[in-house]
Design a protein around this ligand. Structure first.
Ligand code: TMP
Ligand code: ASP
Length: 242
């Protein structure tokens, strides 16, 4: 790391350090895993490295597809260099298949394929437990302008098309995922955070029957075990494909 590399922020799964260049940051992926707003915590040796490598490959794919994002380059196996952004306090979830909170909060059955992608937006606020939020409330709170929200939603739908196809090629069903966006120093909106099995639901399509085999953080959320094995399998399939 460079000389004056101060810890700017420590989140649940990542640490952000300053970079010599004002417009960049260094992001280190941690081995910690949390679920249910950190009510449940554990450490998985090697998770940070796997998420960093998987996320790097996905950002490279998105870059090729002209999706504006914060990724610059991999620094080492659990650290990346990224553009500095001011994070918009919203979590944009896109769902292709019903699962998780959608099935807890509605009468839709787990595993139902959705006729079109569903976008659920949550306020990124741990104290409030990241509540589901409406467009009108986003406007009321002056979080971002309506046209910027439209831009983010449009980008999320485009990202879904790219990721769905990519994962299908490696025999994975992209059930849902969560994205975060931010403004760079020129006020341009960029995709930030990470794209990994921590924030995507990925089901193995290499199964004979209709059983659900999760290769994502549900292995920890639902006490299924084998989290590192699942993440390693995803990393292996990505590297074999690229
Ligand atoms: P949910 O079904 O629990 O709402 O989760 C939807 C997707 O969002 C799933 O892929 C997991 C991801 N997610 C996060 O990345 N962070 C979170 O804090 C939550 C609640 C979900
Ligand atoms: N990021 C969430 C947390 O601990 C958990 C999740 O991904 O379900 O708080």
């Amino acid at each position: 790391m460079n000389n004056k590399c101060d810890l700017i922020y420590e989140g649940k799964a990542k640490k952000i350090f300053s970079h010599d260049d004002e417009d960049k940051v260094i992001i280190e992926f941690k081995d910690d895993a949390t679920a249910f707003n950190a009510l449940k915590k554990a450490k998985f040796e090697g998770k940070g490295r796997l998420n960093c490598l998987i996320s790097t490959r996905i950002f490279e794919l998105l870059m090729k597809n002209n999706i504006p994002n914060h990724f610059i380059r991999l620094k080492n196996e659990n650290t990346i260099i990224a553009k500095k952004i001011k994070v918009i306090p919203l979590e944009i979830v896109l769902r292709n298949t019903a699962y998780g909170s959608l099935c807890k909060q509605t009468t839709i059955k787990p595993g139902t394929l959705l006729a079109k992608p569903l976008i659920d937006i949550y306020l990124k606020n741990d104290e409030l437990n990241d509540p589901l939020i409406t467009r009108d409330r986003i406007e009321l709170m002056n979080i971002l302008e309506s046209r910027d929200l439209d831009f983010i939603i449009d980008l999320t739908l485009k990202i879904n098309i790219i990721l769905k196809k990519f994962f299908k090629n490696i025999q994975l069903q992209l059930v849902d995922f969560k994205l975060e966006f931010g403004y760079d120093l020129n006020s341009k909106i960029l995709l930030g955070d990470e794209i990994s099995p921590d924030n995507c639901r990925l089901w193995d399509l290499n199964q004979k029957d209709d059983i659900i085999v999760s290769l994502d953080k549900d292995r920890f959320r639902n006490d299924l075990g084998g989290l590192i094995e699942a993440y390693s399998e995803i990393n292996r399939r990505i590297n074999d494909f690229i």
